[in-house]
Each structure stands twice: as structure tokens, then as C-alpha cells.
Design a protein around this ligand. Structure first.
Ligand code: DC
Length: 223
């Protein structure tokens, strides 16, 4: 890891659009992209496959330290299996949030996350990118939107994919996940003092991408 390699840390709550925005920013800049939430999803998924309960911190941490995973062309490979869809299920959204409360699991995933910092730069997306994983990041953005707007976006995504969805249930799930992510003692979701707040409730994706690029330019992560 080179400390000269710029990192744009984008943190924020679930369904804020941060994943989409972070990937587009990375693509525009030709930077690498770290989807740190996927790592917690993979731990939840691998734990379930191995019969390890999501409360078993020690067993999950040793599993997390040995994960055989690769990110290739937007797909997540675990061993020989493509687990991209499996880890995106609502069950694994909940599982990820549950396994993420364990400090030993978080610590086991640190080295893996640092390995993504390679030239020419990294866009890191998560909850604790600016606070814990890359505290020296060049640019820190806290990207959020109101819970109601986030629930509507997730609802629309599900309906567009032909799934059945219940808006009230989605809103309740988002609020429960926000509460768990913000209230845990290990690296809770919060806006760092040096992060710039970007509320995307009223922004299109393109406007949010442009806003992040403008912040990155101002903090000179990019020219
Ligand atoms: O971004 P996501 O929805 O894929 O994240 C899934 C869960 O993982 C989220 O509820 C909290 C946890 N998480 C975390 O604790 N730290 C991160 N850097 C990223 C995600």
C-alpha cells in the first residue's frame, strides 16, 4: 500500500445510492473500487454455508481471515462459485449488518481492504472507510439521503427487476439496519469530523457523481 495513492472514502447508510455513485466515480477516474459492504455480506454468507451462527464472533473472524474471494468485472467469486446474487439477498443484508458488529471480524477484514489501495487511486465505499480503514484518506464524503427516499429507491429497484416489494416493510428494514449500524460500538456508522456531507435526496445519480468529483478536486485527490 502506498500512502501517496489517493483514497476517496465514501461512507453512508444503506440504500443511499453510495455504491452506484462510488462505482461511477471510480470508473470516471480510472481508480480501483472497494465495495466493503460486500465483504461483510460474504462473511455472513460463508458463515451460513459453514453452519456458523452470525453471533459467533471468534469462528466468523477466523473464517473471514481465510476467505478465498475475488472481485472480477463487477462479479464476486468465492472459490469457484459466483456469489454476486446470493450475497445481495435481503437475508444477507441483515446477516452482513449482524456480523459487522464484531470487532474481531472487522479486524480480520482490514488487510484485505488495505490491499485495494493501488495506483492510480481507490474509491472505497462503506461505513467506516474514512473513520477506521483509511483514516488518512485524501477525500472523505458522507453520502446520505432521507430514509423515505432510500426506501423508495430500493422499492423501485426491486419492482423494476420484477420482484414483489412492500414499501412499508423496506422502510422498516432500512431503519432497523441504520439503528444497528449506528449504535454498534465497533466502528459505528457516523460522519467523521473531516468528511463532507452530501445529501442526495434531491439529486440525480449524475449530479451526485459530479458533486463527489468536485469535492475530490477541491481536496486535491484528483487534478
Ligand atoms: O453497503 P452494504 O449494504 O452492502 O453493507 C452491508 C452491511 O455491512 C451494512 O449493514 C453494515 C456493514 N458494513 C460495515 O459495517 N462496514 C462497512 N465498511 C461496510 C458495510
Amino acid at each position: 500500500m502506498s500512502s501517496a495513492t489517493p483514497v476517496i472514502a465514501i461512507d453512508g447508510p444503506s440504500a443511499s445510492g453510495k455504491g452506484t455513485v462510488a462505482q461511477l466515480v471510480a470508473r470516471q477516474l480510472g481508480f480501483h473500487y472497494l465495495d466493503s459492504g460486500a465483504l461483510y455480506r460474504i462473511v455472513a454468507f460463508a458463515g451460513k454455508q459453514a453452519g456458523i451462527p452470525w453471533q459467533d464472533e471468534a469462528a466468523l473472524a477466523s473464517l473471514a481471515a481465510k476467505l478465498d474471494i475475488r472481485f472480477e468485472n463487477g462479479e464476486i467469486l468465492m472459490g469457484h462459485d459466483n456469489v454476486s446474487d446470493a450475497v445481495r439477498s435481503e437475508e444477507m443484508s441483515r446477516g452482513a449488518s449482524e456480523v459487522a458488529v464484531h470487532p474481531l471480524v472487522r479486524r480480520a477484514l482490514l488487510g484485505l481492504q488495505h490491499g485495494f489501495r493501488r495506483a492510480p487511486g481507490l474509491v472505497a465505499d462503506g461505513r467506516d472507510m474514512g473513520s477506521a480503514v483509511f483514516p488518512e484518506a485524501t477525500t472523505k464524503v458522507f453520502l446520505t439521503a432521507s430514509a423515505a427516499v432510500r426506501a423508495e429507491r430500493r422499492y423501485k429497484q426491486l419492482i423494476d427487476k420484477g420482484n414483489h416489494a412492500n414499501l412499508a416493510q423496506i422502510l422498516a428494514d432500512i431503519e432497523a439496519r441504520d439503528a444497528r449500524d449506528m449504535q454498534r460500538s465497533a466502528a459505528p456508522l457516523r460522519q467523521c469530523a473531516d468528511a463532507i456531507l452530501l445529501d442526495t435526496s434531491e439529486l440525480t445519480i449524475d449530479q451526485a457523481v459530479d458533486a463527489v468529483l468536485a469535492i475530490a478536486r477541491k481536496t486535491s485527490a484528483i487534478k
